[in-house]
Write a protein that binds this ligand. Structure first.
Ligand SMILES: Cc1cc2nc3c(=O)[nH]c(=O)nc-3n(C[C@H](O)[C@H](O)[C@H](O)COP(=O)(O)OP(=O)(O)OC[C@H]3O[C@@H](n4cnc5c(N)ncnc54)[C@H](O)[C@@H]3O)c2cc1C
Length: 236
């Protein structure tokens, strides 16, 4: 039996409002694994379930409220919808130079080996170069068959999102030059009070490239800080 560490939670995710689950993109709501910020720098065992129960309800209520506030159903721009549908079908037209399965395997290896539990600048920079290389190759991915029950096609489309997220995780890990929670930088082993004052957000810039932004965090209430510091001492 092969035994090894595996990824089982991502602390980052779509940035949402805590009361409604609303993202900065109007009409987009998120909760659970795909939402970020709920568990600070490390999710404690079992807290995922409570997160889903509480924030799933809030996001659902937030989305319902948003829908009601719209008055009427939004109209769909059919030209935009057709353009997106056209982009999704492009892999069928390409010569099958790159297999989506091979790309996925390479991305998994890169993230596992270079952006894992313990990180260094050198490894993260290598990962970034590899991810960007994979992005270029993903644009050449071709698939066979037809549109019915075609997991290769689905994977070719999913790869674009996986690469975007992998790049965002790697960029944020390079940016945060300290160790905090599940982010352990071998080259910056200390936890810094200064770095604890902000989150790192990765947004798409006007040139379509990822842009790193430091977003200040609200000051922690005194009573909460006392609890957290006590926990840190007990943990240490
Ligand atoms: C190995 C492992 C161990 C874990 N252990 C624990 C633990 O002990 N305690 C704990 O609290 N948490 C644990 N977790 C974390 C917890 O399981 C997850 O955070 C939680 O299940 C996330 O739930 P979710 O509903 O947000 O997302 P998911 O369960 O990932 O659900 C997302 C759903 O969306 C579907 N989907 C994806 N893309 C599309 C699409 N394009 N269209 C339609 N549907 C789509 C997927 O098929 C999936 O059903 C563990 C996770 C792993 C991987």
């Amino acid at each position: 039996m092969e035994i090894g560490p595996t990824m089982h939670y991502i602390m980052g995710g779509v940035r949402v409002h805590p009361d409604t689950g609303a993202a900065t993109v109007p009409g987009l709501f998120a909760a659970g694994e795909c939402a970020g910020g709920m568990h600070g720098a490390n999710r404690l065992g079992g807290n995922s379930l409570s997160d889903l129960l509480v924030f799933g309800l809030r996001a659902g209520a937030g989305a319902a409220e948003y829908a009601k506030s719209r008055g009427s159903a939004p109209t769909i721009n059919s030209a935009e919808a057709e353009a997106i549908a056209g982009e999704m079908l492009v892999p069928f037209e390409r010569k099958r130079d790159e297999s989506p399965y091979a790309l996925q395997h390479e991305l998994q290896e890169t993230m596992h080996n270079l952006v894992g539990i313990i990180r260094t600048e050198d490894e993260l920079q290598r990962a970034l170069a590899e991810i960007r290389g994979l992005k270029e190759r993903a644009d050449q991915t071709g698939v066979e068959g037809n549109r019915q029950y075609n997991p290769g096609w689905h994977l070719a489309l999913d790869m674009l999102a996986m690469l975007t997220i992998s790049e965002a995780i790697t960029l944020a890990a390079i940016e945060r030059k300290e160790s905090r929670g599940a982010h352990t930088r071998d080259d910056y082993p200390e936890t810094s009070a200064e770095w604890g004052k902000f989150n790192i957000a990765v947004r798409m810039g006007s040139d379509g490239e990822p842009m790193i932004v430091r977003e200040p965090l609200p000051e922690m209430p005194i009573e909460l800080r006392a609890l957290v510091e006590q926990e840190v001492k007990i943990g240490a």
